[in-house]
Design a protein around this ligand. Sequence first.
Ligand code: SF4
Ligand code: SF4
Length: 368
Amino acid sequence: MLTKKANLFRIINNIYFKKNEPISLVHFITNRCNARCSFCFIDFENSDSFKDELSLDEINKLTKGLGKSLLNVNLTGGEPFARKDIIDIAKIYLKNTTVQSLYITTNASLPDRIENFAKTINSIDRELDLNFQISIDDLPENHDKVRKVENLFDNCMDAYWRLKKLNLKNVNPVISITVSHENCDDIKNIFDYLILKCKIDSLKCTIVRDEGVYKTPIQKKKKIFESYTWLTNRIQEMTKEKKINNYNLESIQGKIHNKKDKIAWKMIKEMYMEAKFISPCHAGSLFGIITSKGYVYPCEILEETLLGNLRENDMNFMKIWKNNITKNTKKFIIKSKCNCTYECALSFNILGNLRYHPQLIKAAFDRY
Ligand code: SF4
Ligand code: SF4
């Protein structure tokens, strides 16, 4: 549901015609993290990685200028709950922007902070969609070993069930599996363990991508692809059986989100083994990235394409979003038929592309 501040006409005009304000942002609020996953993009060897996070004052200034079309922000990191002021950051976004949903991607090592965050933010705005993506990639012992944190798997379960038990409409925890070279040989067992033993009923998956210091071992690519295909098919089947409930399939919004996931999975499967252009990407126009130090990028993959530094632009995001570098980058992305398997960008590319709308509209009337 749209809050008073968001203007539906302006949003539609922006998504389909102007494409000059972000509708979704990923904000890396910190690079700090207590885990050390082998596939992480953060350079933990370099102490500069953790310096110079944006302050609350700077985030306050930044969020006042994000336009009037912003519907979603993903607060991530690093581990976002490593920032003790994450509640204040979320409050600033609620006060200054038109967001309708917050996504928090977390390793769930701090269940107390997560639960407190959910209760506090939900009490401020009960209509806000509050989604917690809890990363689990392996069976308990291996999960803790790969991420190098004791009891991490147990903390993930603790956080998941605490959020479920709040029983608050619009607070949605989901277990998120990244299929990588570390777990691709054991995906079926991991899935069965989570569903049958842990009784998880909200579960999604992504496929690992080359980013920062991480590069996929080439000899594992085929196996990663097969495991991802198996997992997405299984999630689809169990969603039909109502054993996985990532969305409320009684609601139109839930049905559309579910269909959008299916379209994105299909696109990823067509593009993963061999790069292939399927549909134009709107990174740099409808979608963008803000790093912990205030650098703005079109996406997480084009890490050489800095659009601007907020601190050098008086924290004025739209000044960067409308500068010549961004304009040229947008042209380059469209002209070069840039393509990748980055789920966040794909979601907004699907929503911003009329080609997919007949499928999305049809899905809104499907019966489950
Ligand atoms: S939990 Fe996330 S941020 Fe932390 S090391 Fe692992 S991948 Fe990186
Ligand atoms: S296709 Fe991928 S790499 Fe290219 S701009 Fe979009 S998100 Fe970035």
